[in-house]
Design a protein around this ligand. Sequence first.
Ligand SMILES: [Zn+2]
Length: 61
Amino acid sequence: MKNYKACKNCHLLTKEDACPNCSLPTAKRWTGYIIIRDPARSQIAKKMNITKAGTYALKVM
Ligand SMILES: [Zn+2]
């Protein structure tokens, strides 16, 4: 997950400078990540308000 950046809003990990979900700037500093394959059936996805499958940072600085 090197060179990936995390969205400060939805925590999505991306290589882009802006989040493809919410068009907000992404941060280089984040820790831990989780792969959400089925947001509807994931407790963590619900907790983090994730509605789209993808890779998400657990914590964004
Ligand atoms: Zn986002």
